[in-house]
Design a protein around this ligand. Sequence first.
Ligand code: URA
Length: 262
Amino acid sequence: MSAELDELKDLTRALRRRASMSDASDWTSGRGAKAADAAAPESAPKTAPAKPARNAAPIAAARSGSLDELATKIQACRACELGKYRLQAVPGVGARDAKVMMIGEGPGFQEDHTGEPFVGRSGQLLDKILESIGLSRKTNVYIANIVKCHPMKNPSDPESHGNDRPPTPEEMDECRGWLEAQIRAIKPKVLVTLGASPAKALLRDQTPITKLRGQWRTFDPGGGLGPIKLLPTFHPAALLRNPELKKDVWEDMKSLRQELSK
Ligand code: URA
């Protein structure tokens, strides 16, 4: 057994003792290997806040409809540079009457190839995290991303691994209308953003994710729905790189569970 594994097992035991983590015992005992399937949430380019997309009104009108209609439209969308190079758009997956919507940063290699969000190692960890508080993408959660197409370092090579990057503020602004329409269709009780990119984009707040996480905020998706509670937390890929962050995410999940019980 490797020294790394021993060290992580010790850490997990310590965390369990510290935070009474019995119901999170599965995902908190992760191996902590480097994430291979996700871009780095903390390394999004620090550019000025993005300007609204051109022709915003007609785009907003087109970005409406039922969840199924939206998925069809998203799959056909080639409106921005990301759409020109991706293999498949990734609308989202989960319960259409979800209480919780989890919002990641964007599809990676595996998502581009399968059309489903969070199918790699960070997706498996996300499923365990959800399970630890009685949630699942099959029954009561919808999982989507702030951008629907794979942001690539080298867009001409969607078949290469290690080609993922975080979406830029401009790309998130171009695409956010789809997410807002999905939120309006689902009407979840709570939104949870995963990592820095979606939190900063939706909240229009450049505060580091280390400070934003765990702080309840609100987000209004428009259409008269009104503000919805939003909880930023770390991206599962960050937990795979740094298992120390699991204790913070567990605190956030307990806070989410409490909010849902109200
Ligand atoms: N897969 C996704 O769908 N989104 C992410 O943010 C990371 C991996």
